[in-house]
Write a protein that binds this ligand. Structure first.
Ligand code: ARG
Length: 463
């Protein structure tokens, strides 16, 4: 790893050779080789533009283009000679190009700097990750929709404070995640649209005196337009921060469902059975089936948000324009993106494969006085009581049932009338959980019909 030969790019200046420690801290080739395809694409677009504008000859541009194609092939075939002494992917590729095509390689860097080069490479890479995130989120949304459609009318307890609150439907709970994921998807779409401006041509920081055509390179690389300020172009990494921000929020959502899966798959809850594919056994306790994938997904936000905070901290207070600090942007973003994509894929698999335990869900839905609100609402509707009085009466009935060790529907009519004589037989209709969920027909409510309407809406959006 110690290569003390003089750096070929700036020759005599460091004739004594770059110190090994300096090389180790300075070089980014160990990780930024991941940008090779973007670097080649950016260089090909730049070379074509240099020829069209007459800055280099068509012949040189053709040689450069063919040489770059070969470089890409070599990298993909695994026989490209990566050299740490050449610091980063940009100089590694240019040096190899020179070995392949000779003198014209030296013309590629006309009207360009590594500052705008790395800005365009990284933007292209992050943009592609936005697309991958959008695709992954849509696949996960489809998995949740499948569950929602199957269990549109399965009852389960709805929780607040993790205490039984009111009965809800399985489909409704699954759709809550569809909504969260849809907003996550929207954040990646928005971030992608905002970052889709091309910094190439900003050169080192001030633009260039060569008659370049930035609109041409922007269009060739799929950008909407060139960036409008050269200083800003080479100095901001807000596009990566937006990606990490969207990734953090999405990972937070995944962590919440992951936590629910951990709880739900426990022997105490038995709400879901996770497939063998996403669980592991214990080496010592034969009865165990550990929700490892869910636990890891619960944790992934830690490193994704960590990357977000780290990059913020790197960027904070940096004077314009480019500073080498910014080289620290890549590993963080690579790691966060990898883990987000992995997390989305793992969650999709788990959601598709999991089996809801309808009986356990229904049993739990009916316990914990989950229809107490329905009873209070009934008192308001049937007896025209003010809600506060109805709430008080219901509280007394819950206490009575609790003392007797039974649930609300198990109280006799006489027992109920001892609390309020106006109560009639009709009250038992609202004490069943099925009736309870069916009655919640307000827009966005948990009623099975509402769930089916929302499932149909999302299926249309996603088709
Ligand atoms: N490896 C560098 C980075 O990732 C490329 C840009 C270097 N520019 C410079 N002026 N040294 O940031």
């Amino acid at each position: 790893m110690t290569d003390n030969s003089a750096n070929s790019m700036w020759g005599g200046r460091f004739a004594g050779g770059v110190d090994a420690i300096m090389e180790a801290i300075n070089a980014s080739i160990g990780f930024d080789r991941r940008l090779y395809a973007q670097d080649v694409a950016g260089s090909r677009a730049h070379a074509a533009m240099l020829a069209t504008t007459g800055i280099i000859t068509e012949g040189d541009a053709r040689a450069i283009d063919q040489g770059l194609a070969q470089v890409k092939d070599e990298i993909e075939a695994g026989n490209f000679p990566f050299r740490t002494a050449l610091e980063d992917i940009h100089m590694n590729i240019e040096a190899r190009l020179k070995e392949i095509i000779g003198e014209p390689a030296g013309r590629l860097h006309t009207a360009r700097s590594r500052n705008d080069q790395v800005a365009v490479d990284f933007r292209l890479w992050v943009r592609a990750q936005c697309d991958a995130a959008i695709t992954g989120i849509e696949a996960l949304m489809r998995a949740f929709l499948g569950q929602a459609e199957a269990g549109a009318d399965w009852v389960m307890p709805g929780f607040t404070h993790l205490q039984t609150a009111q009965p809800v439907t399985w489909g409704h709970h699954m759709l809550a995640y569809v909504e969260m994921l849809a907003r996550d998807r929207g954040r990646f779409i928005d971030a992608r649209a905002r970052m889709n401006e091309c910094p190439l041509g900003a050169a080192a920081l001030a633009g260039t005196s060569f008659p370049i055509d930035r609109h041409m390179t922007a269009a060739a690389l799929g950008f909407d337009r060139p960036t409008a300020n050269s200083l800003d172009s080479v100095s901001d990494r807000d596009f990566a921060l937006e990606f990490l921000g969207a990734a953090s929020i999405c990972a937070m959502h995944l962590s919440r469902f992951a936590e629910e899966l951990v709880i739900w798959s426990s022997a105490q809850f038995r709400f879901v059975r996770l497939s063998d594919a996403f669980t592991t056994g214990s080496s010592i306790m034969p009865q165990k089936k550990n929700p490892d994938a869910a636990e890891l997904l619960r944790a992934k936000l830690g490193r994704i948000l960590g990357a977000n905070v780290a990059l913020f901290t790197v960027m904070k207070g940096l004077a314009l324009t480019y500073s080498k600090d910014m080289q620290e942007d890549k590993e963080l973003t690579f790691d966060a993106a990898d883990n987000l994509m992995l997390g989305l894929a793992a969650m999709e698999g788990m959601v598709r494969d999991m089996t809801a335990n309808r009986e356990a869900l229904a049993l739990a839905a009916a316990s914990g006085f989950s229809t107490a609100t329905d009873l209070a609402d009934w008192l308001v509707r049937a007896l025209n009581l003010p809600f506060r009085d109805a709430h008080h009466i219901t509280g007394s009935l819950v206490k009575m049932a609790e003392d007797a060790g039974i649930d609300l529907p198990d109280l006799t009519l006489e027992q109920m009338q001892s609390v309020h004589e106006g109560i009639t037989d009709a009250v038992f209709e609202v004490l069943g959980v099925d009736n309870s969920v069916r009655s919640r027909i307000s827009y966005g409510g948990t009623a099975p019909d509402q769930v089916r309407t929302q499932v149909a809406r999302w299926q249309e959006v996603l088709q």
